[in-house]
Each structure stands twice: as C-alpha cells, then as structure tokens.
Design a protein. Structure first.
Length: 186
C-alpha cells in the first residue's frame, strides 16, 4: 500500500464501494485544515478510484483511520445522546477542542457552571457511568438535586447491563426498582 508499504494488488478484494469511498475521503479531508478543496468532483474521483490501485490503497488507509476515529469517539456520542435525552428545552451538548458547552435553541451557549445543580449531577453521573466501563457503579443519594423522572432515567442508563446500586431516600425510585426498599440491580 502507498501508506503502509504493503502490496497494492492485495487491496482489490477489500476495496470500498465507490460511493462509500468518496464519502470517507470527503469526511476525512473536511477535518484537515487546508484540504477542504482537494477532492475531485465525484465523477472524477470515481474514474480514478476504478482505474488506479494507489487511489484504492490510500482510500483503504483513510477508511481504517476513520473507523478508528469512530471507535474512539463512540463513548462521547453515547454520553452526548444520554444527556440530550434528559435535558429539557432541546439543549444540545457541543464538544470543542477546549471545552464542553450546552447550546440552547436560540444558539446561545451555556457553560457547565451555569447549569442547574440537577443538570450538573446528570452530567457527572453519566460521565462516570460511561467511564466505569464494565466495572460496578455505586451512586450515593442521586435524588438530592434531581427530579424524580431524572432519577429513573439515571438508574436506567447508569446500569447499562452491569451491576450498579444507588443509595437513596427517594421513595418513587425505590418503589420502581425492587420493592419498598429498592434493593435491586439498577
């Protein structure tokens, strides 16, 4: 291959479909400063992709990089979707290189310290739940700053199929998770 030094002819069997190849390269180049306008038209790209083994080899390497990027950022997407499903008012989580902000429908940005105490607690509990991987998760008194609906949703996503317990005083949460005292894997 062009980038790895492997044999280019071995790539023909694993080459991407033309439309997928073009999209992968377009996405990759869009993130590269100064390379936004490098990609040929779709038709020119397709012709070169069909006829030039080196192009297929480079595209295969780009595809491998893109797949690795998707794998690495998957927890971030999960974290983002969990919080966005619980925050009210159609708030969006926005990640930049330096910070995480919350965007509201009028495009105003809210920094994390300006969130309500319950929203902050949701933020940090969900971050810990994702960061814990397959380890057990113990949450102490999540109800102190949280609406009952948030407590229920928190127990749903915090467990993610792994052992988890929450020490709490919230009667509605206890009733929904294993009887009057709430002794059950959440």
């Amino acid at each position: 291959m062009v980038l790895s030094g492997e044999d280019e002819t071995a790539e023909a069997d694993t080459a991407l479909e033309i439309s997928d190849a073009y999209q992968r390269v377009d996405l990759f180049l869009a993130r590269q400063t100064g390379f936004e306008e490098v990609l040929d038209s779709r038709e020119e790209f397709e012709m070169k992709y069909r006829t030039k083994p080196r192009i297929k080899s480079v595209v295969k390497q780009i595809d491998l990089v893109e797949k690795k990027i998707e794998e690495v950022i998957a927890p971030r997407h999960r974290f983002q979707s969990l919080l966005e499903s619980m925050y009210s008012g159609n708030k969006r989580i926005v990640f930049s290189e330096k910070e995480i902000t919350i965007e509201v429908p009028d495009k105003a940005k809210i920094r994390l310290p300006a969130l309500s105490s319950g929203e902050k607690q949701l933020f940090f509990i969900s971050l810990e739940a994702i960061d814990s991987g397959n380890s057990s998760l113990i949450i102490d008194e999540p109800e102190l700053s949280m609406h009952v609906d948030w407590q229920k949703k928190t127990s749903e996503f915090a467990s993610c199929g792994k052992p988890s317990d929450a020490a709490h005083h919230g009667h509605p949460l206890a009733r929904d998770h294993g009887g009057p005292w709430g002794r059950k894997n959440l």
